[in-house]
Write a protein that binds this ligand. Structure first.
Ligand SMILES: NC(=O)c1ccc[n+]([C@@H]2O[C@H](COP(=O)([O-])OP(=O)(O)OC[C@H]3O[C@@H](n4cnc5c(N)ncnc54)[C@H](OP(=O)(O)O)[C@@H]3O)[C@@H](O)[C@H]2O)c1
Length: 323
C-alpha cells in the first residue's frame, strides 16, 4: 500500500499545504485524462475511526448506476475497475436495490480484501430484521463490516430508533449474533438529529454530507466534531451534491470538490459513479491528493456560495428534498 495519509498529519499540514486543487480545478473546461488512474501509484489509505483498519481514502458509493435495474454489465465493470484501482471501501444500502446484488456478485472472491458497509431503513424491527438478512444474502456474505441506521431525519426519528425494543436494540442484537462488525448512522437532513442519536447510542461511524456549500446552510460540521469527540469514524458523502454541481451549477470537474472533502477531518469520501470513467477520474484525484490550504478552502466555499440551495438540496429549505 501507499505511504499512508495520517489524519493528524494532514490536518497539521493543511494550513501550509499548497492549494493545488482549488478554484482552478473547478473552472477547467476539459476533463483530465484518466490515464494516471492506471499508473502503479497505490491509492492513499487512512485509518477508519478507531477500528485499527486502513481503507482507501476514496470509497465507491452504492447508488447511481449500481442502484439501477438492468445495468448488470455497467455495474460489474464499475465494481471491477474500483477493485483493480485499489478502492477498499464500498458503501451500499438495503434501499438501493439492486446495488447489494451487484456488489455481492462483483466482490465475489474479494470480500476479505474490502470494507463493506450497508444500511437499514425501516424503523420497525419486525420489518427491518428480514431485510437485514436479505442484505447478507444479496451481498453473499455472512457478515458486513458496518451496518448503518439509514437516513436519520429528526428528533422524532431518533426517538423511534432508540425506543425500547426498537431498531437500535435490534441492530445491537444482530451485531452480537455476528451479522455486522460495527454499527453506524447516516443522514443528510439535520446535524442535530445525528448528534442526538450519537448521544443516545454507541456507534462506530457516521456518514454525512461534506461539500463546499455545506458551511452556508445548516452545516454538518458540528456532527463531525461530535463524532470525533466520541472516537467515531467519519465518512463523507454528497461531495458533488449527487452530481448536481456538474449538471446544474456549471462545475466542470471533480478535482476541487473531492480534494476539498478529503481535506476535511474525514476518513473516507464515498462517491457514486455513473461510469467507469468516473471511477478512474476519482481515483486519479485521490491518488494525487494533497491537502487543500485553509485559504483555498475558504475561497472555494465563497465561489460555490451561489449554489448553496442546490448543494444542500437534501436539507430543509434546499432545492429539492431527497427523502
Ligand atoms: N445515507 C444516506 O442518506 C445517503 C444518501 C444518498 C447517498 N448515499 C451514499 O452516498 C453515495 C454518493 O452519493 P451522493 O448523493 O453523495 O452523490 P455524489 O457522490 O455527490 O455524486 C455522484 C455523481 O456525481 C457524478 N460524478 C461522479 N464522479 C464524477 C467525476 N469524476 N466527474 C464528473 N461527474 C462525476 C455522477 O453523476 P452524473 O454523471 O449524473 O453527473 C455520480 O453519479 C451514494 O452512492 C450512496 O452510497 C447515502
Amino acid at each position: 500500500m501507499s505511504k499512508p495519509v495520517d489524519r493528524r498529519d494532514f490536518l497539521r499540514t493543511t494550513t501550509i499545504a499548497a492549494a493545488t486543487a482549488g478554484l482552478a480545478s473547478l473552472r477547467s473546461e476539459s476533463q483530465s485524462p484518466n490515464a494516471q488512474a492506471t499508473a502503479a501509484t497505490p491509492l492513499p489509505t487512512r485509518e477508519l475511526g478507531k477500528t485499527g483498519q486502513r481503507v482507501s481514502i476514496l470509497g465507491l458509493g452504492g447508488e447511481h448506476t449500481l442502484s439501477k435495474e438492468g445495468t448488470d454489465a455497467e455495474a460489474e465493470a464499475i465494481i471491477a475497475r474500483a477493485l483493480e484501482l485499489g478502492v477498499t471501501y464500498f458503501d451500499t444500502a438495503q434501499l438501493y436495490y439492486p446495488s447489494e446484488k451487484y456488489l455481492g456478485q462483483g466482490l465475489k472472491g474479494r470480500r476479505d480484501t474490502v470494507f463493506l458497509s450497508t444500511k437499514i431503513d425501516p424503523r420497525d424491527p419486525e420489518e427491518a430484521k428480514p431485510l437485514i438478512e436479505r442484505s447478507l444474502t444479496l451481498l453473499g456474505t455472512a457478515q458486513v463490516d458496518n451496518l448503518n441506521i439509514h437516513r436519520v431525519r429528526n428528533l422524532e426519528d431518533v426517538d423511534r430508533i432508540t425506543k425500547k425494543g426498537g431498531l437500535l436494540d435490534l441492530v445491537h442484537k444482530m451485531k452480537d449474533e455476528g451479522v455486522c462488525r460495527h454499527i453506524g448512522i447516516s443522514g443528510h437532513y439535520t446535524a442535530e438529529a445525528l448528534i442526538a442519536l450519537m448521544r443516545r447510542g454507541d456507534f462506530t461511524f457516521v456518514l454525512l454530507p461534506v461539500n463546499p456549500t455545506d458551511t452556508h446552510m445548516s452545516p454538518f460540521e458540528s456532527a463531525r466534531r461530535e463524532a470525533r469527540s466520541r472516537g467515531m469514524g467519519v465518512i463523507a458523502m454528497k461531495v458533488a451534491a449527487r452530481g448536481r454541481f456538474f449538471k446544474e451549477c456549471g462545475v466542470a470537474r471533480m478535482d476541487g470538490l473531492l480534494t476539498y472533502a478529503l481535506s476535511q477531518d474525514v476518513d473516507v469520501a464515498i462517491v457514486g459513479a455513473e461510469t467507469v470513467a468516473h471511477v478512474e477520474d476519482n481515483v486519479r484525484i485521490a491518488k494525487s491528493f494533497q491537502p487543500m490550504s485553509t485559504e483555498a478552502q475558504h475561497k472555494l466555499e465563497e465561489e460555490m456560495k451561489p449554489h448553496t440551495s442546490i448543494g444542500n438540496f437534501y436539507k430543509p429549505g434546499g432545492a429539492g428534498w431527497l427523502d
